[in-house]
Design a protein around this ligand. Structure first.
Ligand SMILES: Cc1ncc(C[n+]2csc(CCOP(=O)(O)OP(=O)(O)O)c2C)c(N)n1
Length: 349
């Protein structure tokens, strides 16, 4: 049995201390963070045209957190994104066309048009679909890692929770179990200052959510969630720790929700100065400035990137728009295991 850990390992990654991130990764992050921004803007626009058939919970403002964290995973790892994490989906390789088809309820979507919402998965890419009940995904994530261990493999799992969701009982159960068994699980806490309309000072009494990590005896890390390189570097370290058998990490990313809880919410409860501060910290513009400052990107390259990103989004939207709606006869297919396995628990429970 391993010794309890007394420290929370609270680390703030200083600006520009990102280690040796190769140029290819820097550019990959740029491409995905820009795609994440355009993807959400286009979905909002499609929603306003009544082409999105379900709810939409934009992650506008979270792009550095979602893309930066998921980009740090390796091929055999598993991602369990939450409602605001389309950036994580695309960083993991989820094709844009599937995302648009999903939100339009098309037959070609990952749920075959049975859902027009956040529940899209992609087993080949190691993406488990969002579970709507906040907190319920985390025991599943920890269980996936644990199952990997039973099968003799190290599977790092990464899942997400909001500042509000971090108070739910299942978060405690998942973290405590993962801590005791040194499970390689990364919990990305998206602290975007509001749980729907409830501000953070009405949600928790500790200074930072990551301070709670010490209580579990796990590593707690806090980063500026609008700084993509800080998020990426911290998530990489967390994954490496997990692979070395050093257990779970709570990675708190301080960000700002720049739209309402969902598209129908104008967020009038958010003070203007917070929105203005969020705009100044905009993760996409900020990363672009960083790349220009360090000569990774040149002013002259930016329009071509803008065109490329818009072109990829246009192609995916066109594909989704041209896709058929599902056939009514398909509605029940895939809902239950075909034929049933005939297996029951214990004495027929
Ligand atoms: C158990 C449960 N309660 C309530 C909801 C409805 N709901 C979905 S998101 C949300 C707000 C969550 O806030 P937070 O965890 O801070 O994440 P954010 O939406 O700000 O990213 C609520 C209340 C839900 N999906 N599950």
């Amino acid at each position: 049995m391993s010794e309890p850990r007394a420290t929370s390992d609270l680390v703030e990654i200083p600006d520009d201390d990102y280690g040796d991130i190769p140029r290819e990764t820097l550019i990959g992050l740029y491409h995905h963070v820009r795609l994440a921004r355009e993807l959400e803007l286009r979905l909002v626009s499609l929603f306003k045209q009544s082409k999105v058939v379900g709810g939409l919970y934009p992650g506008y403002g979270h792009e550095a957190t979602t893309v930066g964290s998921a980009f740090a995973l390796g091929p055999g790892d598993v991602l369990l994104p939450l409602h605001r994490d389309l950036g994580a989906q695309i960083a993991r390789g989820q094709p844009l066309k599937y995302i648009f088809a999903q939100y339009m309820g098309k037959a070609t979507s990952p749920t075959g048009g049975k859902d027009g919402n956040v529940h899209l998965a992609n087993p080949e890419l190691g993406i488990v679909g969002c579970i709507s009940h906040i907190g319920a995904m985390l025991p599943v994530a920890v269980g996936i890692s644990y199952a990997g261990r039973v099968l003799g493999r190290t599977v790092v799992t990464m899942s997400y929770i909001g500042d509000g969701g971090s108070s739910i009982g299942e978060v405690h159960e998942a973290l405590n179990f993962a801590a005791v068994l040194d499970i390689p699980f990364i919990l990305v806490v998206e602290n975007n200052r509001f749980a729907y309309s409830t501000p953070v000072n009405r949600q928790y009494r500790c200074e930072h959510i990551s301070d709670r990590a010490a209580g579990y005896g796990i590593s707690g890390v806090r980063v500026d969630g609008n700084n993509i390189l800080a998020v990426y570097a911290a998530a990489r370290r967390a994954a490496e720790r997990g692979r070395r058998g050093e257990g779970p990490t709570m990675l708190e990313c301080e960000t700002m929700r720049m739209m309402g809880h969902s598209v129908h919410d104008p967020a009038q409860y958010v003070p203007r100065e917070l929105i203005e501060e969020g705009r100044r910290r905009d993760p996409v513009a900020r990363y672009e400035r960083y790349l220009l400052r360090h000569g990774v990107l040149h002013e002259a390259d930016v329009p071509a990137w803008t065109e490329r990103v818009a072109g990829e989004i246009d192609a995916a939207v066109t594909w989704a728009e041209q896709s058929p709606m599902p056939e009514p006869a398909e509605a029940a297919r895939g809902v239950y295991a075909e034929g049933g396995s005939g297996r029951t628990l214990g004495g027929g429970v």
